[in-house]
Unconditional design. Structure first.
Length: 358
């Protein structure tokens, strides 16, 4: 069996798997936006039918979104299985083969979590399900990048090099904030806190809303026309405010990173252009977050907010992978070149000391 680290068709299939996963995240966003998570109350069957034999005539209302989500999830599971087997048989890099195995078990876990969310009727499981979906998308996207010919050709290149360790740490912090925002967003959706604060940029007319029982009673009595009909709680308001504060921190961190990189490397540097594009994505994501509130959580706007959040995480993670990869090769090369020079300097110093003593 001939193995290679440069397989064009394998790369194309990995890209297709990543794109299908992004579509699945979008369909999952539609399910929560339409509050259709429990439209099909059984699993793995669909109203007693084999999932793949469920009559299309019954695909109506929330059932359409939930059942489509299940079918597309099955497709992504199949694609991931094929990708893992293909990597195991044809990929020469052992660590890439292991990544394929990790992806396979991750997609299995994701499917089980989705099923348990239905059978156990637990919103908390839905939060983990949504968060793992983001991590799985990052994983398969990274695999698509690492199977590309560009990844192989760029070995040892300095075209995407960020020398400053402080800036690399700042990049990691910004990505962590994006991920935290996505986790908070998933918690808000599954805790029905998306409209706990129905106005923007203020919060119930204030910079920080009141959460005493009297204020909550007023908020709940004036929620006519709001899609979330359950009474809001102080916890939901705190959760919503945490999401807003997190969005501001993410914007500031990503903006400071983009400005610092541009100042250090110049506007034409690859990292500068990538960081600016990433900041633009995050700005659009923040705008969609505001639009979600102002549109009273319109399904298309809320779903676009979910998808763009996923893209923001993927782009930041891929930039991080590339930057750290080139930094690692540079540090390794410097260490390899520096050791002989260091030994030479030490021998010269020893010779001078011997001469001076004699």
């Amino acid at each position: 069996m001939t193995r290679s680290s440069n397989n064009r068709w394998l790369h194309c299939f990995a890209v297709f798997t990543a794109a299908a996963t992004l579509v699945l995240v979008g369909i999952g966003g539609l399910v929560t936006s339409h509050e259709a998570g429990m439209a099909v109350p059984d699993w793995p069957t669909t109203y007693g039918y084999n999932m793949f034999l469920f009559p299309p005539s019954y695909w109506v209302g929330g059932i359409f979104y939930e059942h489509t989500h299940r079918l597309f999830a099955s497709l992504v599971g199949l694609l991931t299985t094929v990708l893992a087997v293909w990597l195991w048989l044809k990929e020469s890099r052992a660590w890439m083969r292991r990544l394929g195995v990790v992806a396979f078990f991750a997609v299995v876990l994701q499917g089980v979590l989705g099923g348990l969310r239905v059978t156990l009727f637990k919103d908390q499981i839905g939060i983990f399900h949504a968060t793992l979906a983001q991590l799985f998308l990052v994983l398969v996207s990274a695999m698509a990048l690492m199977t590309s010919s560009w990844w192989q050709a760029a070995q040892g290149s300095s075209q995407v090099l960020l020398r400053s360790k402080k800036l690399r740490r700042l990049l990691v912090a910004a990505i962590a904030l994006v991920f935290l925002q996505l986790a908070l967003g998933a918690t808000m959706r599954h805790q029905h806190a998306g409209l706990a604060i129905p106005d923007f940029p203020l919060a119930h007319g204030k910079i920080w809303p009141s959460t005493d029982p009297a204020s909550l009673d007023v908020f709940n009595r004036t929620r006519l026309g709001v899609r979330d009909h359950n009474p809001i709680t102080a916890f939901q308001i705190y959760l919503h405010m945490a999401h807003r504060i997190g969005a501001l921190l993410t914007l500031l961190t990503a903006g400071f990173f983009a400005w610092s990189v541009r100042r250090q490397l110049g506007a034409k540097d690859a990292v500068s252009r990538l960081s600016l594009a990433w900041l633009t994505l995050i700005l659009c994501q923040a705008g969609l977050g505001a639009a979600t509130v102002l549109s009273k959580k319109a399904a298309d706007v809320a779903t676009a907010h979910v998808v763009l959040g996923a893209l923001s995480l993927v782009m930041g993670a891929l930039v991080c992978v590339v930057v750290f990869r080139f930094a690692f090769h540079r540090d390794a090369a410097c260490a390899f070149v520096g050791k002989p020079a260091l030994l030479h300097d030490r021998s010269v110093s020893a010779a001078k000391r011997a001469t001076s003593t004699s």
